[in-house]
Design a protein around this ligand. Structure first.
Ligand SMILES: [Zn+2]
Length: 330
């Protein structure tokens, strides 16, 4: 398994890591940091496979065929332990970290490394992170800890300072676009923009229809401003995806403010945002962003999503200089 080499934006990081594998100077704790969708876990797994491979090549790549390589591929290697949240959006708990520490302290089954992968490590709760400290400080011999984190700042400084950090950067746009095209992703530019340049995340967003929803939101905003639809109709259209509407509007309005101020956008295709900027008042837009931040807090416990969204879209009309009383009819 040499997945790391197959992602073009991993090439530099992989070159540095494989050099250290060859020289046997790999740190005992490595923190791979970077945006969601850069393949941090994939890179960490490739590193683990290379360390465990029984027939590692001179280039520090795993052979992909030996007993170790096959066992990792089957998630069954006795010296490779993965700790992850048990459910999506959940935290990594202290008992999971304790179990990992215990296994790392045992003898290696195959006489090589014992590797613990914590992914994503920024999901460890405080107790779990604290439980890891001693192992990070005095790792058992032969133990390697690999951590991934999209938001390393969420990890306690005590954990971060005991790991060597390797920050993965998104590839340049041409490299990312070419790679996405090779994966059969159309509309790559918007997906990539929404993913902040992270190609794997761009694929996820593309497959989940996020690009279409983002375009649809721009269209709703345009139609509202042109008074082709009213806030009641717009709210009804977005009610089913209400939880997504406010964060999306926030991202769009933050980008509109950037564009209006002559800056560059963070999400999506700037060409599609530009028509919305025309005639927009920056102060009113900032007021609207404040309003959205406030309304986002009601998202989870809103009793009436229709009313909340009507007020959200009425706010956009006000920001666009077409003030209407909240809840105005279509
Ligand atoms: Zn192998």
């Amino acid at each position: 398994m040499t997945a790391a080499e197959s992602l073009p934006w991993h090439a530099d990081a992989w070159a540095r890591l494989s050099e250290r594998v060859r020289a046997e100077t790999l740190p005992h704790a490595l923190l791979l940091a970077g945006l969601p969708g850069l393949g941090k876990r994939r890179l960490a797994t490739s590193l683990a496979v290379a360390l465990l491979c029984e027939r590692r090549t001179d280039s520090a790549s795993a052979c992909g065929e030996c007993r170790s390589c096959r066992l990792v591929a089957q998630s069954a290697h006795p010296d490779f332990f993965v700790v992850e949240p048990e459910e999506e959006r959940k935290q990594i708990r202290i008992d999971q970290v304790r179990a990992l520490i215990e296994r790392l302290s045992l003898r290696s089954q195959y006489g090589r490394y014992r590797i613990g992968l914590i992914a994503p490590a920024d999901r460890m709760n405080t107790a779990a992170a604290n439980a890891l400290l001693k192992t990070l400080e005095e790792p058992p011999s032969g133990a390697v800890l690999l951590l991934t984190a999209a938001r390393p700042a969420r990890l306690p400084a005590t954990v971060r300072s005991r790991c060597q950090q390797l920050a993965l950067q998104p590839p340049s746009e041409p490299v990312a676009q070419e790679w996405l095209r090779a994966q059969g992703v159309s509309g790559a530019q918007e997906a990539l923009g929404l993913a902040l340049g992270a190609p794997l995340r761009a694929i996820e967003l593309h497959q989940s229809g996020a690009v279409e929803r983002w375009r649809k939101m721009l269209s709703t905003m345009e139609q509202l401003r042109a008074e082709r639809i009213g806030v009641v109709a717009a709210a009804a259209e977005w009610r089913e995806t209400g939880a997504e509407a406010i964060p999306m509007l926030l991202a769009i309005c933050a980008d509109l403010a950037r564009l209006a101020a002559g800056g560059t956008v963070r999400y999506g295709d700037p060409g599609r945002l530009r028509p919305l900027v025309v005639g927009l008042d920056l102060l009113r837009l900032h007021d609207y962003v404040e309003q959205l931040l406030e309304q986002r807090r009601y998202l989870d416990h809103s009793l009436n999503e229709q009313l909340l969204l009507e007020s959200v879209f009425a706010g956009w009309l006000a920001a666009a200089g077409k003030a209407r009383p909240t809840g105005a009819q279509a």
